[in-house]
Design a protein around this ligand. Structure first.
Ligand code: ATP
Ligand code: MG
Length: 570
């Protein structure tokens, strides 16, 4: 600890104030605290409850807390707020650790569990009882509700409110020792039953609950309430800025009461910001849990879910999520963000990074009747025209290819520029071809298109300068692979809203998942889990981590190429 009031980083160097107008309100508060000497460093944390998987909203909290610690040369803790054993599981702990690491929020070895502090929390409760500021109550939950009062009426005093310190100490010890049944006794703070803030009307600090905890086993049969536990966790870890979401704003006086009663030498300070909310997207744990439990989705990491594991499996990158939460900004007022903005961010990230490959999602055979049978040739194609560093590769070309079904029309619609009988188009990287005829199956659908090619147009340009209006992609039938490819839509039907306000049920979109057998160029058959590609004209795709096998990848479409999203003008 330095004795002057100068804010310093861990290495002792002075923290320079950030320059600029682009600071968010939390940074401005931190600057004030450093300038006034309230704190001489910054220490933040992300405190998930391990009762489900993290979602995109949590990513905002993680990146915000980590980002602030990094920006001010401070520290960042990952802390599990595991004080409610009923819903918590170690599976969730593992997934959360993995998600936070993946997002790049480096907590080093600073990983903590609230349950490790149960003994200290107990001691603090005892200390508060000794001061006469907490008491053991005999009221049942139902009675407690009646005594609490309403927004317009003050509460009534608990009949046990004036128990002696000795009696309270004795009862609290016996609560811990297991003498009472669940709900029979609680420990309450003695604050103010007439407070206009209901959170301050003698809130419960401890409850009796004979529950096994995934980390402390049967050691405890009393558990601290969130509002009591959280500030103590922050205080013990030396957190300076305890950043949380707006619903805790009304709890801040209680937060301050607890850190004050606990007598932490340099108490933490709570600052609230607005949750990240995505329009028409299911984010709440409660709903995701339902989808998982009813087997409507393939687990918490289903690529249609905006859990961090789901986004990752779908193919989103940490960079894209970071950019998205930065674009969303940090504010005190609730704003709605569009999923399209997230899609914009992943496109921007992958455009220069992902190789652009040939893949046909809905294949129709194309036969070049004047191309010599048995012949084939190699074409050198760029991996990414925008990024020459990605180099080039060879693809083969021969008489039989696959093209997209909708790149051919037997009878062209007005303004249709692609293949139809008599029309000439460019086969990307290859030749000009002109459709001559087509075959259909019993159902009337086109099965094969016949065409002729112009050998002089190799590489995609005509020496006589003639132009074509359409360019279509293709794969070589002789060496392409067939791979399962999944196309997604929103899991809920946007036209109806996320859920039915009457039943509370989600309005599911029956078309949220479509599986196709795509024809892909050979390099794609060797894709490994999480390899990302642009399938030319079809979008960005990622090899699925769960369902891909060696030589048999399954692709998830991350996002299509077209966007209606416009960057907000700053
Ligand atoms: P949910 O309501 O989705 O179940 P939660 O708030 O119960 O989430 P916690 O594990 O308690 O989940 O949250 C850990 C941290 O993440 C908290 O500090 C919380 O404020 C923050 N957080 C949760 N949801 C969002 C969100 N949508 N946007 C930003 N931060 C969030
Ligand atoms: Mg919560």
């Amino acid at each position: 600890m330095h004795t002057d009031n100068t804010a310093r980083k861990e290495d002792g160097s002075v923290v320079e104030p950030l320059n600029g107008e682009n600071k968010n309100f939390i940074e401005m508060e931190i600057d004030k605290d450093l300038a006034s000497g309230r704190y001489d460093h910054v220490h933040t944390r992300f405190p998930p409850e391990p009762n489900g998987y993290l979602h995109i909203g949590h990513a905002k909290s993680i990146l915000l807390n980590y980002g602030l610690a990094k920006e001010y040369g401070g520290q960042f803790n990952l802390r599990f707020d595991d004080t409610n054993p009923t819903k918590e599981k170690s599976e969730f702990v593992e997934a959360i650790i993995d998600n936070v690491r993946w997002l790049g929020a480096d907590f080093g070895d600073r990983i903590y569990y609230a349950s490790d502090y149960f003994e200290e929390m107990y001691d603090i409760a005892v200390k508060i009882i000794r001061k006469g500021h907490a008491y053991v109550s005999d009221l049942s939950a139902e009675e407690m509700k009646q005594y609490r009062g309403t927004l317009t009426e003050p509460g009534r005093e608990d009949p046990s409110r004036n128990r002696s310190v000795e009696e309270n100490l004795d009862l609290f010890r016996r609560m811990r020792e297991g003498e009472f049944a669940d709900g029979e006794k609680t420990l309450r703070a003695k604050i103010d039953m007439a407070s206009p803030n209901i959170n301050m009307r003698d809130p419960i600090l401890y409850r009796v609950a004979h529950l096994s905890h995934q980390r402390t086993g049967d050691r405890w049969c009393i558990y601290p309430m969130y509002d009591f536990a959280h500030p103590i966790e922050d205080g013990i870890e030396g957190i300076t800025h305890s950043i949380c979401t707006l619903e805790f704003e009304d709890h801040r006086p209680l937060y301050d009461w607890v850190v004050d009663e606990a007598e932490f030498p340099n108490p933490p300070r709570q600052i609230e910001f607005a949750k990240l909310y995505l329009n028409n997207i299911v984010t709440g744990k409660r709903y995701i849990k339902k989808l998982v439990e009813q087997n409507i989705v393939d687990g918490w990491d289903d690529p249609r879910i905006v859990s961090i594991s789901g986004l990752r499996r779908r193919g989103f990158t940490p960079e894209s999520i970071k950019r998205f939460v930065e674009m969303a900004g940090v504010s005190k007022s609730q704003a709605v963000n569009e999923y399209a903005a997230l899609e914009y961010c992943i496109r921007e990230d992958l455009k220069p990074k992902a190789p652009r490959m040939l893949a046909v999602l809905d294949p129709v055979r194309l036969v070049i009747d004047n191309y010599p049978e048995g012949q084939s040739e190699e074409l050198e194609v760029p991996n990414n025209l925008e990024n020459p560093e990605l180099g080039s590769r060879k693809v083969t070309f021969s008489r039989e290819l696959y093209i997209e079904r909708d790149d051919f029309m037997a009878e062209p619609a007005p303004k249709y520029k692609r293949l139809y009988p008599g029309n000439e188009v460019r086969l990307m990287y290859a030749y000009f071809v002109t459709a001559t005829s087509f075959e259909t199956g019993a159902d009337g659908r086109v099965t094969t298109v016949h065409c002729t090619y112009d050998p002089a147009t190799r590489g995609g340009d005509a020496p006589d300068g003639r132009k074509v209006k359409g360019t279509i992609h293709w794969v070589n039938a002789a060496d392409c692979g067939t791979v399962k490819t999944r196309l997604y839509e929103n899991i809920v039907d946007e036209s109806k809203g996320v859920y039915d306000p009457e039943t509370g049920e989600l309005n599911l979109n029956p078309h949220s998942l479509t599986e196709v057998q795509a024809k892909v160029e050979p390099a794609l058959i060797r894709a490994k889990a999480f390899d990302r590609f642009q399938f030319i004209r079809n979008g960005f795709f990622c090899a699925d981590v769960k369902d891909s096998a060696e030589g048999a990848p399954v692709f998830n479409r991350i996002v299509s190429l077209k966007s209606s999203f416009k960057l907000p003008v700053k």
